[in-house]
Design a protein around this ligand. Structure first.
Ligand code: SF4
Length: 261
């Protein structure tokens, strides 16, 4: 089933270019080959969204570096805006960490200008590229490095916070870490009918405790939450079109009001 209003998403060149990192030694993992997501609250959301819409095709990019660069570029902007930068960087010969470092800084800033905070993001890409090359990520340098250690290293890179680190862990390195974002917080509030704003790591621990810790499960769950909140559970939610309406406190209230008016 197509998303109800997904034309913007589908029309982005990158949307169907989703790349999956090798998982458990499989260099070409099947996105449908995920284990039972578990029995907790977040697992029930996972099942309902997957049954309705299937693969969310997340995260756009052709390789690990492009996914990581996208995670930096999307900070403080929309994906629609950030996603256009990935092919632009390719076209301008800055599509990999070595060429980012070799590029003329003013030209790189000029390329990144449309994405906002372009000077800061140029520096962030530089810092991440330096770490990437020093770690020999593309040559297998992080194989076998424990998740926690890798996460600490990413967080020590200038400009990389928890959300960006988890984007990279999950989508570039196939480590089973859930990405918490404003969408996940909003969805939790509405489903539970609560105003509570959980701390990043509290919400991440909640999801990790309720959903099978598998790279594809974490990959799909974040992608499905993004799609749901971009297209249905927006600021003004479209509850009648939502696959979670029977599980959601806000949705149930909205539907009662709607049918009784
Ligand atoms: S039912 Fe409505 S409020 Fe609840 S998750 Fe769906 S769109 Fe959001």
């Amino acid at each position: 089933m197509r998303l109800p209003s997904d034309l913007d998403y589908i029309e982005l060149d990158l949307a169907r270019e989703r790349w999956l990192p090798p998982i458990d030694g499989d260099p070409d993992p099947d996105p449908n080959d995920w284990p039972d997501p578990g029995g907790g609250f977040w697992a029930s959301l996972y099942r309902a969204l997957w049954d309705a819409w299937g693969d969310p095709y997340w995260w756009p990019g052709r390789n690990a570096w492009e996914c990581a660069a996208g995670a930096v570029l999307v900070q403080n902007t929309t994906w629609k805006n950030a996603g256009r930068m990935i092919p632009k960087l390719r076209e301008t010969g800055s599509g990999d960490p070595a060429s980012i470092l070799a590029a003329d800084v003013d030209e790189l800033r000029s390329t990144l200008r449309p994405v906002g905070y372009y000077k800061t993001k140029t520096r962030k890409l530089h810092e991440l590229a330096r770490w990437w090359l020093a770690r020999d990520v593309d040559g297998g340098g992080i194989d076998g490095v424990p998740d926690d250690q890798l996460r600490r290293e990413l967080l020590s890179v200038w400009g990389i916070g928890p959300e960006t680190a988890d984007d990279i862990l999950c989508y570039s390195f196939a480590r089973p870490w859930f990405v918490v974002d404003a969408y996940a917080v909003r969805l939790r509030q509405r489903i539970l009918g609560s105003d509570e704003i959980p701390d990043y790591h509290e919400l991440q621990a909640e999801v990790h405790g309720q959903v099978t810790r598998h790279p594809l499960v974490m990959n799909h769950l974040h992608g499905m939450v993004v799609n749901l909140c971009k297209f249905v559970c927006r600021k003004k939610p479209n509850c009648p079109a939502c696959p979670l309406r029977t599980q959601c406190a806000h949705g149930r209230r909205a539907l009662v009001v709607d049918t009784s008016s």
